[in-house]
Design a protein around this ligand. Structure first.
Ligand code: NDP
Length: 243
């Protein structure tokens, strides 16, 4: 049987690129998202692509998703925790609920998904989990909620690598930098330009660049790589000093 993967937040942006990349590589993909169906203009017409509406902050949605996967495919080879949100503000202007919401989706939602995946993968003695963090975990002004959530995702990744390693389950993270998605297309043009100029590679990454790293970490060949972070950020994480 083909490999089976779940991609959260897979309806658009980076998640959609990951879904397409996995389908090309012969995976069956269950796209889970709070959006209704695949919203990108290039919808995936493929019988190996299944859509399951699931809000990762709701434990019952997640349990139903895993029940569906178990009943339909009886296995899960790869979980990609991609769903994430931003609600930026300097801390003195950030409403407490914007801190809670970002932590709830980006960190707790990822934890809830990992928990169900770990139970199923441990029982089958195999699995791969790839968590989408962000270069911003290193620190970005205006992102005290987001950076904390993405730093938490890296801590979670490292702990799960320790806990699940002996069950042939590898858990790794991808930390994208500036990527061309609906999330960044909403930035003001001058802000976007200054961000691009601050990249060592002087460009913006594409969702497919992230998808390629996920494909590598999610595959069976990475059996001796776990608890690691791959940056897909045009070198931005090396240093903030461009001179
Ligand atoms: P998008 O906003 O384009 O896509 C994220 C998807 O996740 C959306 O479809 C969104 O639905 C969905 N989603 C949001 N909340 C939930 C939830 N509670 N349950 C299920 N799905 C949810 O983001 P990107 O593609 O740009 O980002 C994908 C990931 O990559 C995120 O984790 C992000 O933090 C990370 N990242 C992105 C970078 C970038 O430059 N774009 C840089 C670094 C990291 P809806 O639109 O309805 O909210």
């Amino acid at each position: 049987m083909k490999n089976v993967a779940i991609v959260t937040g897979g309806a658009r942006g980076i998640g959609l690129a990951i879904t397409k990349r996995l389908i090309e590589s012969n995976y069956i993909v269950i796209v889970s998202d709070i959006l209704e169906g695949l919203v990108d203009t290039e919808k995936i017409e493929n019988s190996d692509c299944h859509y399951f509406k699931c809000d990762i902050t709701k434990k019952n949605d997640i349990i139903q998703l895993f029940n569906f996967v178990k009943a339909t495919f009886d296995k899960i080879d790869l979980l990609v925790n991609n769903a994430g949100i931003i609600k930026d503000n300097m801390i003195w202007n950030m409403p407490e609920e914007d801190f809670d919401k970002v932590i709830d989706v980006n960190l707790k939602g990822t934890w809830l998904m990992c928990k169900q995946a770990a139970i199923m993968m441990k029982a089958q003695n195999f699995g791969r989990i790839v968590n989408i963090s962000s270069r911003a975990w290193l620190g970005n002004k205006g992102q005290s909620n987001y950076s904390a959530s993405k730093a938490g995702v890296i801590g979670l990744t490292r702990v799960l690598a320790l806990e699940l390693g002996k069950y042939n389950i590898c858990v790794n993270a991808v930390a994208p930098g500036l990527i061309n998605t609906p999330l960044t297309q909403n930035l003001k043009p001058d802000v976007l330009e200054s961000l691009i100029n601050a990249q060592p590679t002087n460009n913006i990454g594409q969702p497919e660049d992230v998808a390629n790293a996920v494909m590598f970490l999610g595959s069976e060949i990475t059996k001796f790589i776990t608890g690691q972070v791959i940056y897909v950020d045009g070198g931005k994480s090396i240093s903030s000093n461009m001179f």
